[in-house]
Design a protein around this ligand. Structure first.
Ligand SMILES: [Zn+2]
Length: 344
């Protein structure tokens, strides 16, 4: 590779986009933030009707390939206003609710106001409730406590809060001196930051890539249909999304993970093999795995009927959809595998 992997730039992009709330269905602000970076780098882009950002990078052949990383995250949405002035909620995507008990959140109304609150169980006081420790943390047994003087449904209505308003909880991003990246929503904003890093690397270093490239940033992956539409000319595409860790899986927080099969079935045999060989031949730290409970934007594209070769690679992320963590080494291995894929 011509230049070193620019760790500082990728971490800057990461922190910047993690700071913008963006659950599936509420992603306009984060896409605007990404557009600022894309304009600065200087490749042409478009935003599709459903909100996906697509950046075009010219290559050396007539073939068009794709890289995708979803910019939407998990979140919650207001289900109802309760008689005590709290809010009931539904999940957007598949958060582990136990990990949300006690988390701070923002509530965005459709009239443009933003309020703060806390996600709590319905038996939140240890000194009062017999089942404070044991009550199941699920949608029926949890609520949002608003940081406003409200005691009734009417009080909450007066604030402009209604059913269908988005509730976004804090990412709590911390990057340690030892290289660990701790945050919610590393799935998949870390991969988004890596792709922006690759884009900048191609531009700054004048890297010649083999094929025309569409970099796609879908906005509905967490609800299953992010890449159900994409440019027709793409014949081969890799979703860069978090790699799974746990049980008998091979991946660690230091590796780039290559997914051979997830819940939606096996990925393209030739493409998975090519990527595994590229990683091996270039001494990257990598793991080929199956993900037992996982679907991706490639699954969405295949189900939508696209005739593509596709697979998933990405940095190994621990405690996914909970309090996630990875290490900068997995970012470096993922970055390098992508650049090798584009140039070999
Ligand atoms: Zn993901």
């Amino acid at each position: 590779m011509k230049a070193d992997f620019d760790k500082q730039y990728i971490l800057k992009v990461l922190k910047d986009i993690l700071a913008v709330d963006s659950p599936a269905g509420f992603t306009k602000n984060v896409v605007e933030k990404l557009v600022e970076y894309v304009k600065e780098i200087g490749f042409p882009y478009e935003i599709t009707n459903k909100g996906n950002l697509i950046v075009s990078v010219p290559g050396e052949s007539d073939k068009t390939i794709g890289l995708a990383a979803h910019v939407d995250t998990l979140g919650l949405i207001v289900r109802g206003l309760k008689s005590d002035g709290s809010l009931s909620f539904m999940k957007v995507g598949g958060a582990i609710l136990n990990t949300l008990d006690g988390e701070y959140c923002n509530i965005y109304t459709r009239c443009g106001k933003k309020y703060t609150g806390t996600i709590l169980s319905n038996s939140p006081a240890g000194h009062v409730f017999m089942d404070a420790h044991t009550l199941a943390r699920d949608e029926d047994n949890m609520h949002i406590r608003l940081d406003e003087k409200v005691n009734s449904k009417e009080d909450v209505q007066k604030l402009g809060i209604n059913s269908g308003d988005f509730i976004c909880y804090e990412p709590k991003t911390v990057i340690t001196d030892s290289g660990f990246i701790k945050s919610r929503f590393l799935d998949d904003k870390l991969s988004v930051a890596i792709l922006i890093g690759v884009m900048k690397y191609i531009k700054d270093e004048g890297i010649k890539i083999n094929h025309n490239l569409k970099m796609i940033f879908p906005c509905h992956e967490e609800v299953g249909h992010g890449m159900s539409c994409m440019p027709e000319e793409i014949s081969e595409i890799i979703a860069v999304d978090m790699g799974c860790i746990g049980l008998d899986l091979n991946c660690s927080e230091y590796d780039v993970s290559i997914c051979a099969k997830d819940s939606s079935g096996p990925y393209d045999y030739e493409l998975v093999t090519r990527l595994a060989n590229l990683a091996k031949d270039n001494n990257l730290s990598y793991a080929v795995d199956i993900y037992p409970r996982y679907g991706s934007d490639i699954s969405a594209a295949l189900r939508a009927g696209y005739d593509i070769k596709g697979c998933v690679i990405g940095p190994g992320v621990a405690a996914s959809h909970g309090m996630e963590r990875t290490h900068i080494e997995s970012v470096e291995n993922t970055f390098k595998l992508i650049v090798l894929y584009l140039t070999r």
